[in-house]
Structures are given as C-alpha cells and as structure tokens.
Design a protein around this ligand. Structure first.
Ligand code: ADP
Ligand code: MG
Length: 359
C-alpha cells in the first residue's frame, strides 16, 4: 500500500511542530524518518497511524483518503520503542492477542489463530520460545515478539518508532540487518523512525531527513550521504571536515586546491566553507597536482581504519582523514611528516545557510 502525505501541518497550542510535510512512499518500501530528537518524527508517525490528528493536510493510503479515519480503520501495525508486552501472557498469547480481540464476525477460529501465530513466530525466529514469558526474553527477543504482534493481522502498513533504541549497540546492529532482510520478504510498506543516522543509512530504501518540523531532504542513503542538499544534512549524516576557502569564477579554492563547482550550482564570488568527509580525502608523501600541504599531528591506528589529523596553514581546525590500514602501511606516514592531500568529494552550501553552523 503506497502512502502519500499532502501538506501536513501540526501545531500544539499554537506552536508549529510540523510544517508542509509532503512525500510519497511506494508499496513495499522501507523508509526511515530520520532527524534529531524533538524534530517531530513521533508526531508525524502518530498522525500517519491515526493516533493524532493533523491540523491541516491530507493522508492517502493508495488512492483512499484516510485523514479522518481512526487508527483501527487504517489497518496498520505499530511497534514502539518500549512496546511493553503483556507480562502475564506468554509469547504466543501476546502475538495472538490482537487476533482474539477482533469482533466475532471477522475473527479467525482457534485453529487458524494458532496457525497464524506459529507462522509469525517462525518468521521472527522465535518459534522455540512460544511458551516463554516476556521477562524470560532478552530485549531484542521482546522487540521481535512486538514485531510479530504488529504483523499478526496482516497490516498493509507497518510503523516503527525507534524500535531498537533501548537495546545495546551489538543487538541493535544485528536486529536492523535482520529487519532489512525480513522486510523484503514481506509485502508491507514500512516507516521506521530513528535518530541514529547509521541505522537509517543501513536499513532504509530511502531516507526522509527532518529538522525542526520540516523536511530537509528525501533520497536514497547514497544520495543524502554523498549529495547533501543542506549543511544540516551534511552535518547530521556523519563526520565532516569544514574547510575554509573562497569561490572565484565558480571555482572553489582552498590553498593550492581548485575545483570547478558548477555542477553544484552557480556561485557568486565569496568566501566559502567546504564540507569534506574524512574518507573522501587522499593523501600522498609527494605533492601531486592540486594538492594542499599539511603536517601530520596525530595518528590513531586502532582497528581496520587509521585516522590521521593534519594541521594545515590557513585552516583553524585540524583536518581529519581516514584511510585503510593497508594504505597507511604503504604510505609510511609518521607524526611530524609533511603530507599532501586533496578532497575527492566536496560539497558547499549557500553562505546564509552556513552561518548557523559556524563555530
Ligand atoms: P521526535 O519524535 O522527533 O523526538 P516529537 O514528535 O516527539 O519529536 O516532538 C516534536 C515536538 O512536538 C517537540 O517539541 C515536542 O515537545 C512537541 N510535542 C509532542 N507531543 C506534544 C503534545 N502532546 N503536546 C505538546 N507538545 C508536544
Ligand atoms: Mg520520538
């Protein structure tokens, strides 16, 4: 079932918390709603679920307008961060609960319910735990039960609000991979709320990036990561160096580095901040064309990636560079060495937008 939001606005007591939200999600897509805490993700998800009403705007599931329908009428599955399972019911009973509560006219018979519950528990790989009680399960297992329960009545739309954020890092990582694989087997359209950019980048088919009640950018993980439309997006999606330079004739100039920026727009001559991710920098011991000179001031070698800090004349902050351990061994750089470096991918944004991020 596709989902379309048309100009959704929401205010609580005259404070706008959502403004002009427009997007479409395709049938079967897994979309992440990503943004910092307080930006309006939960409110938006609750509006889509029918648990909250929008101040204005329309919502469509496929061609049907659902704006005024109750949560029940919308046929959705919902998983919350701490979806407390019923403690006095075992796993199978928890999953069956919604099915048993249906009105008699549409309720499955007992055998069919048992069959459906078994199917779901197999799906979330908890079929051996059917008779256990919630407090005999790990956090990750409990959220899988919550997911099975949300899927019990075969909803067309699955909404997940930070479902893994209460779990520890390792379990969270396993579960998000599992969710991604598992989602592609299901014929369901899902919206997954998270404030964790790594989680969104890894799980989602597309990301809707929110900030202070509005959408900053919508795109695939690769698009939003490599071609951020705003400085906010560039900052939010991971580590980034801010390099001071200027633009002349649509060319970005940082020391000896020159790059034609016409692909990213038309620029008036001005000073500029260039955004460069640590792994989008190549370094060498001998100067190449277009290289900027610097001095290695720190090297961290734990793990498969080596992090270098490079001091550069004219730049107020050290430049962070990440390279593979192999590359590091080949380069043989040491603290105090002069190195030459240049970015392979640079983004710049309009000046007025930058100001709020200048530190
Ligand atoms: P997120 O899920 O992204 O952290 P929320 O949707 O929970 O953000 O909240 C967005 C904003 O709306 C916040 O400023 C929050 O304080 C406000 N808000 C949320 N629910 C209510 C409510 N019921 N009454 C008043 N303000 C609310
Ligand atoms: Mg929230």
């Amino acid at each position: 079932m596709s989902i379309t939001l048309h100009n959704i606005n929401k205010s609580f007591e005259h404070v706008n918390v959502l403004e002009h939200i427009n997007f479409s999600i395709k049938q079967g897509e897994l979309v992440a709603l990503l943004g910092p805490s307080g930006c309006g993700k939960t409110t938006l998800l609750r509006i889509i679920a029918g648990l909250e009403t929008a101040s204005s705007g329309q919502i469509y599931f496929a061609d049907r307008e659902v704006t005024k329908l109750s949560a029940k009428q919308r046929d959705i599955g919902f998983v919350f961060q701490n979806y407390a399972l019923f403690r006095h019911m075992n796993v199978a009973e928890n999953v069956a609960f919604g099915l048993k509560m249906k009105p008699r006219s549409v309720r499955l018979n007992k055998t069919a319910i048992d069959e459906r519950v078994n199917q779901l528990l197999e799906l979330v790989q908890l079929d051996h735990f059917a008779k256990r009680y919630p407090d005999q399960l790990s956090g990750g297992q409990r959220q899988r039960v919550a997911l099975a329960r949300a899927l019990a009545s075969k909803p067309n739309v699955l909404l997940l609000d930070e479902p893994f954020s209460a779990l520890d890092a390792k379990v969270r990582k396993d579960l998000r991979r599992w969710l991604r694989d598992f989602h592609h087997e299901l014929n369901v359209t899902s919206i997954f709320v998270t404030h964790d950019q790594e989680e969104a980048l890894e799980v989602a088919d597309r990301i809707i990036l929110m900030n202070q009640g509005h959408i900053e950018q919508i795109g695939t993980p690769a698009e939003v990561y490599k071609q951020p439309k705003t400085a906010f997006v560039a900052h939010f999606l991971g580590d980034v160096n801010l390099l001071y330079g200027y633009i002349e004739n649509n060319t970005l100039i940082i020391g000896d580095f020159h790059k034609d920026m016409r692909e990213q727009g038309t620029w008036s001559d001005q000073s500029a901040l260039a955004y460069v991710r640590p792994h989008e920098i190549s370094i060498a011991k001998m100067a190449r064309k277009n290289d900027i000179q610097g001095e290695v001031v720190r090297i961290h070698t734990a793990g498969p990636t080596v992090f270098l800090e490079i001091a550069v004349a004219g730049q107020p902050k050290h430049i962070d560079v990440s390279i593979s351990y192999r590359q590091y061994e080949q380069q043989q750089v040491e603290i105090g060495d002069t190195v030459y470096w240049q970015p392979s991918l640079v983004n710049i944004f309009m000046q007025d937008e930058l100001l709020e991020f200048m530190i």
